[in-house]
Design a protein around this ligand. Structure first.
Ligand code: GLA
Length: 393
C-alpha cells in the first residue's frame, strides 16, 4: 500500500493538507484450521495477514464524524447525536458499530474525519469486516486516550459490535486474530476461556497460498446464523446426558458414545463437525510443534471434508478449488477458510511448484465454474498497530 497516495486521497476528500491525519492499520486473517468452532467454545488456529485496512483519522471541530473509503463510493457525514442508527446495508455500519459500543462504555465521541482503505478482498472470508472494526476501535481509543481498555477488551468490544449492530452472531476468532496476531506465528486460541499461545509456523520449503473463489458469499449472514442455531439445538439434545452449555466442552470420544441421542440426523452431523474439528486443532498444534507439516496438511484435508459433508458450508466453488489443489503432487493440504459459502481456500504448497499449482488450479477451476480464481502468497503478520508516517510526509 502506498501511504503517500492515501494521504493525497485524504486531502482530496477533506482538504487542509497542513493538518496531517494519524494512520492505523489492522490486518485481515486466515484461519489455518478450526472452522465454526469459535462460537461453540472450541479451539481455533488463525494467523494475521499482511493485507488489511488502513485508517487515516484526524479530529475535526465539527459536531459530526465523516466517513470515506477509497474502496467504496458510499461516503457520509453523521452528526454525533445520530451515531446509533444503522445506515442501510453500507460498510459504515462496521465503524458505527464500534462507535456505538464505545459510547455504551461512556467514551465520549468528538468530531473526526476518517478515511478507510483496504487491500483485503471483501466478502472473501479473510475478515475484512473484523479488520475495519479493529482498526476503528484501536484508532479511536488511541486518539481519545481510552487507554484503560486492553487489546482483549477491544477484541470483545468489536465482536459485540458485529453481533449487536451488524447482526451477525459471529464468534471471537476474527477480531482476536486481527487484534492479537503475531508475525510468523499462528494464534492457538481457546474461545471459551480466551487463553492463547503464539505457535511458531515454520514452513520449511512450503508456502501458504490463499485462493479466492471470487464467488461472493450471498447468503453468508443468514446461513451462518442458521448454523449457530443448529449447534445450540445439538446442545439441548445432549445436555440431559452430559451437562454442557457449548459443543466445544465435550471430547470426540464422549460425543461418539452419545451421538445417537440426537434424533435429527442433520443436527448430529453439525455436532460431529464441531467436535471433530476441535480435536483436529489440537492435533494440528502438536504437528506444528513437531514440525510435521505432512500430517498438518492431512488434518486440513480432513477439515474440508467435514465442512463439506457434515457442516455443509462449502459449495461447488470451494469444493472445486480444493479438489483441484489436492490433485497436485506437492500440495500437502487444502481447505476452505472462514465462514464458507464462497470466499477462499488455504493451501499448503511446496514452494518450487507454486507456479504449476496456480496454473493447474486455475484451469481446472475455470473449466468447471467459468470463474477465474485469484491467488495470494500469505505472509503471517502482526495485529493492529499505529503506523509512524513521519518519514513519509
Ligand atoms: C466467520 C466468523 C468467525 C468464525 C468463522 C468460521 O469468519 O466471523 O467468528 O465463526 O466464520 O470459523
Amino acid at each position: 500500500m502506498n501511504i503517500d497516495k492515501l494521504f493525497e486521497y485524504f486531502f482530496s476528500v477533506y482538504s487542509n493538507p497542513t493538518d496531517k491525519p494519524r494512520v492505523f492499520f489492522a490486518p485481515g486473517r486466515v484461519n489455518l484450521i478450526g472452522e465454526h468452532t469459535d462460537y461453540n467454545g472450541g479451539f481455533v488456529l488463525p494467523c494475521a495477514l499482511q493485507y488489511g485496512t488502513y485508517l487515516l483519522i484526524r479530529p475535526s471541530s465539527t459536531d459530526s464524524i465523516k466517513f470515506a473509503s477509497n474502496n467504496f463510493d458510499f461516503r457520509c457525514e453523521i452528526k454525533l447525536n445520530e451515531l446509533s442508527e444503522k445506515v442501510d446495508n453500507k460498510w459504515v455500519n462496521y465503524p458505527l458499530g464500534i462507535i456505538d459500543q464505545l459510547r455504551q462504555l461512556n467514551i465520549e465521541m468528538t468530531g473526526f474525519e476518517m478515511l478507510f482503505s483496504g487491500d483485503i478482498p471483501n466478502s472473501a472470508g479473510l475478515s475484512s469486516s473484523a479488520s475495519i472494526e479493529m482498526v476503528t476501535a484501536y484508532g479511536l481509543t488511541t486518539i481519545l486516550n481510552a487507554t484503560d481498555l486492553s487489546m482483549v477488551d477491544l477484541v470483545k468490544l468489536a465482536q459485540r459490535a458485529e453481533n449487536q449492530f451488524v447482526g451477525v452472531n459471529c464468534g471471537i476468532m476474527d477480531q482476536f486474530a486481527v487484534g492479537m496476531g503475531s508475525k510468523d506465528h499462528a494464534l492457538f486460541l481457546n474461545c471459551q476461556t480466551l487463553e492463547y499461545k503464539n505457535i511458531p509456523v515454520l514452513l520449511n520449503g512450503f508456502a501458504l497460498i490463499i485462493a479466492n473463489t471470487n464467488k461472493s458469499r450471498g447468503l453468508a449472514g443468514s446461513k451462518y446464523n442458521e448454523r449457530v442455531a443448529e449447534c445450540q439445538l445439538a446442545v439441548t439434545y445432549l445436555n440431559p446426558l452430559i451437562p454442557l452449555s457449548k459443543l466445544g466442552e465435550i471430547s470426540y470420544m464422549q460425543f461418539y458414545k452419545i451421538q445417537d441421542q440426537i434424533p435429527d440426523e442433520l443436527i448430529r452431523r453439525r455436532a460431529r463437525h464441531v467436535i471433530s474439528e476441535n480435536q483436529r486443532v489440537l492435533n494440528a498444534v502438536s504437528c506444528l510443534y513437531k514440525g510435521d507439516l505432512v500430517q498438518f496438511g492431512a488434518l486440513m484435508n480432513a477439515s474440508h471434508e467435514s465442512l463439506r459433508d457434515n457442516y455443509e458450508v462449502t459449495g461447488v466453488e470451494l469444493d472445486t478449488l480444493v479438489e483441484e489443489a489436492q490433485k497436485i503432487h506437492g500440495v500437502i493440504g487444502a481447505r476452505m477458510t472462514g465462514a464458507g459459502f464462497g470466499g477462499c481456500t488455504v493451501n499448503l504448497v511446496r514452494k518450487d511448484i507454486i507456479p504449476v499449482f496456480m496454473e493447474k488450479v486455475e484451469s481446472g477451476y475455470f473449466a468447471k465454474t467459468g470463474i477465474r480464481p485469484i491467488f495470494y502468497h500469505t505472509e503471517i503478520s502482526d495485529g493492529v498497530k499505529e503506523i509512524n508516517c513521519k518519514s513519509k510526509i
